[in-house]
Design a protein around this ligand. Structure first.
Ligand code: ADP
Ligand code: ASP
Ligand code: MG
Length: 446
């Protein structure tokens, strides 16, 4: 079997859904499991409605609910030429009734827990899949019966052993050549049946999890670009599609900001040895990227990505840095405070590291001040150059820094895996830095 995942822009309206139906139909011999995101920007709309309700503005929340309802009904009307089947009509009425109840509850209490937010956010995928399954006459499976997660609402971690056996039970019997099975990306449920989500952009991750659980031949991520490109095309329009990527390269790119793949997508695929392809829904005959274990790109630099804002902390301690155990003590603080560190660079008397911009710094600083002084630089961004032969290509570092010209590099870190060279710059210079690097380093790369 194969998994086909379609992102929000691929199912944004009736015309898009027709194209997705064509692609699902073409995959019929391969017993396709179609994993869908919410239509267009529906998830954003659900977040906005929930936030309005939390602020006590029920009128605004309801007006957003009605706008979402109108868009979904319009898509259904168009797909069925005005003759929406009664079962779909009832399903949509029920789902929008559920949304209304949830929003009223939030507005009444003026309280929006992560748990309530997940219940609300889940409606996007539940709606899009209902409409699509009805249109293609496929089987509709509630992802929450399969995609078991922990209880970290908003960013739930999947439990792969449970997903494996639940997929055997609820998905496998449905899959067969000649039949489309439709389910939701992004959403899951706890053992107690509470709705969770995998974090924004999580449908890619769902697709890989389903693929791994079912032993898929391939996981196809269908989106609005011709594969993974050498850089974010919104920043560097001349970015080119990369024909093939190793798992390691793809994982680094996703982790360092290439939005085209959710950062966790690659791990289940790696473990199950399943190739992942990234394809353009509107250009199915066009170029695409294959990510697999077999690929050895051998390129010095394959792609560039960026992530920001991040905060750089420079921790100094003349007393202690040279002594054994200092780094252990330092990272013990981050571990205890549950703060994950991205980049680390050490000097004789200081250690610089980056953390996400929204990390609460106060408790960290309190603990660190017991044995070190800390300088804080906010509003920075990480630029990552990813490639399989970064470290073994002489002169690359020099070319990279030369290309940046007057853009100051505040921190440099290169992983021992040879695959990622990261630089920290001021966030407002990110786009310019990427353009300069792309021009010099990627010009003739592919
Ligand atoms: P979907 O809704 O299909 O999941 P996303 O918007 O999440 O789509 O991801 C696709 C977008 O990712 C592209 O439109 C592009 O703007 C952005 N992007 C960022 N970096 C890259 C990259 N290196 N290659 C391709 N796309 C990228
Ligand atoms: N609909 C969700 C989001 O917008 C998940 C996804 O599209 O991957 O974040
Ligand atoms: Mg996405």
């Amino acid at each position: 079997m194969i998994v086909l995942k379609f992102g929000g822009s691929s199912v944004a309206d009736a015309a898009c859904m027709r194209q997705v139906a064509r692609l699902a139909e073409a995959a019929l011999p391969h017993a396709p499991l179609v994993v869908l995101s919410a239509m267009g920007k529906t998830t954003n709309g659900l977040f906005d409605a929930a936030k309005a309700a939390e602020a006590g503005d029920l009128a605004e929340a309801m007006s957003r609910q009605r706008a979402l309802m109108a868009a979904h009904r319009k898509a259904a009307e168009e797909l069925f030429d005005g003759a929406v089947p009664e079962s779909l009509d009832v399903a949509l009425t029920d789902l929008f009734g559920e949304l209304e109840l949830l929003l009223r509850g939030v507005a009444m209490l003026r309280e929006l827990s992560a748990r309530s937010m997940d219940a609300i956010a889940s409606l996007g995928e539940r709606l899009s899949t209902r409409i699509f399954a009805a249109f293609v006459g496929g089987a509709w499976v509630d992802a929450r019966t399969v995609l078991r997660t922990n209880e970290v609402f908003g960013e739930a971690a999947p439990q792969q052993a449970a997903i494996h056996s639940l997929a055997e039970m609820h998905l496998k019997p449905q899959l067969a050549p000649g039949r489309v099975v439709v389910t939701q990306g992004y959403i899951g449920a706890t053992e107690d049946g509470l709705t969770t989500t995998l974090g924004r952009g999580g449908s890619d991750y769902s697709a890989a999890l389903f693929g791994a659980a079912l032993g898929a031949e391939e996981v196809q991520i269908w989106t609005d670009v011709e594969g993974v490109l050498t850089c974010d095309p919104r920043i560097v329009p001349e970015a080119l599609p990369i024909p093939d990527l190793s798992f390691a390269e793809a994982a680094e790119l996703a982790a360092f900001g290439a939005k085209v793949l959710h950062p966790a997508t690659i791990q289940p695929a790696v473990e199950a040895g399943i190739p992942v392809t990234v394809r353009h829904t509107q250009k199915p005959e066009g170029r695409f990227t294959t990510i697999s274990a077999e690929v050895r790109s051998g390129r010095p630099i394959t792609a560039l990505a960026s992530r920001g804002p991040v905060t750089v902390l420079t921790v100094s301690s003349t007393r202690m840095l040279a002594q054994s155990g200092f780094l252990a003590r330092l990272f013990e603080v981050f571990g205890r405070r549950g703060v994950s560190v991205d980049l680390v660079a050490t000097a004789e008397v200081s250690v610089s590291l980056t953390v996400e911009a929204d990390v609460p710094l106060k408790p960290l600083l309190q603990d660190l001040s017991a044995f070190a002084t800390v300088e804080i630089h906010e509003g920075r961004a990480i630029i990552a150059a990813v490639g399989e032969r970064l470290k073994s290509t002489p002169g690359l570092g020099a070319r990279l820094l030369t290309a940046l010209g007057d853009i100051n590099v505040e921190m440099i870190s290169m992983g021992a895996n040879e695959i990622n060279l990261s630089l920290v710059v001021k966030e407002e210079r990110t786009a310019e830095a990427l353009r300069r690097l792309h021009q010099v380093l990627m010009g003739s790369a592919l």
